[in-house]
Design a protein around this ligand. Structure first.
Ligand code: S3P
Length: 171
């Protein structure tokens, strides 16, 4: 089995819940790149976006990945936009399996509308924004993923089981 499992995918697809479940199943450490950034900066993602801007946040994501180089036995849950920089994709590929979690846009909307922690969706028409970002990112997500799991109808445990089955088969 590769050293680590990296969960990629859009906001609201369940990377955190599935990641925690997976870490428990595999006996791996759970790491969340957004949480690392918030701890480093001492402020929320919302504040980082409003005070430092999105570009600075993307820099922070790259630096966090740099620090994770050499990690072993970790499940790493990433922010939805981490795939935007090709250098990040290279770093993640070196770290381990890239598992894409995927959900229907309507499901993403229903899940993300409950909170205001995602600056990119704090807009007048979040549904439209979700579709716009998805259209741009979907080809990137799909081209780099080793496995794709549709979490629209699966519970985190079911998604987790599918991923562990894949990892056992591939090891
Ligand atoms: C972002 C996703 C967020 C967070 C930031 C930007 C994105 O993480 O990194 O708000 O660009 O898709 P989640 O995917 O965990 O919500």
């Amino acid at each position: 089995m590769a050293s680590n499992v990296i969960l990629i995918g859009f906001m609201g697809v369940g990377k955190t819940e599935v990641g925690k479940c997976l870490a428990g199943e595999l006996g791996f450490k759970y790491i969340d790149t957004d949480a690392m950034i918030e701890a480093d900066e001492g402020k929320s993602i919302n504040r980082i976006f409003s005070e430092n801007g999105e570009e600075s946040f993307r820099e922070m994501e790259s630096r966090v990945l740099e620090r994770l180089a050499g990690s072993k036995k970790c499940v790493i849950s990433t922010g939805g936009g981490i795939v935007l920089r090709p250098e990040n994709v290279k770093k993640m590929k070196k770290l381990g399996w890239l598992i894409l979690l995927w959900s229907d846009p309507e499901v993403i909307y229903q899940r993300t509308k409950k909170s205001d922690i995602r600056p990119l969706l704090n807009v007048a028409d979040p549904k439209k924004k979700i579709l716009e970002i998805l259209e741009f990112r979907t080809p990137i997500y799909r081209s780099i993923a080793d496995l794709e799991i549709d979490t629209s109808v699966l519970s985190p445990e079911e998604a987790c089981n599918k991923i562990t089955a894949f990892l056992r088969k591939e090891k």
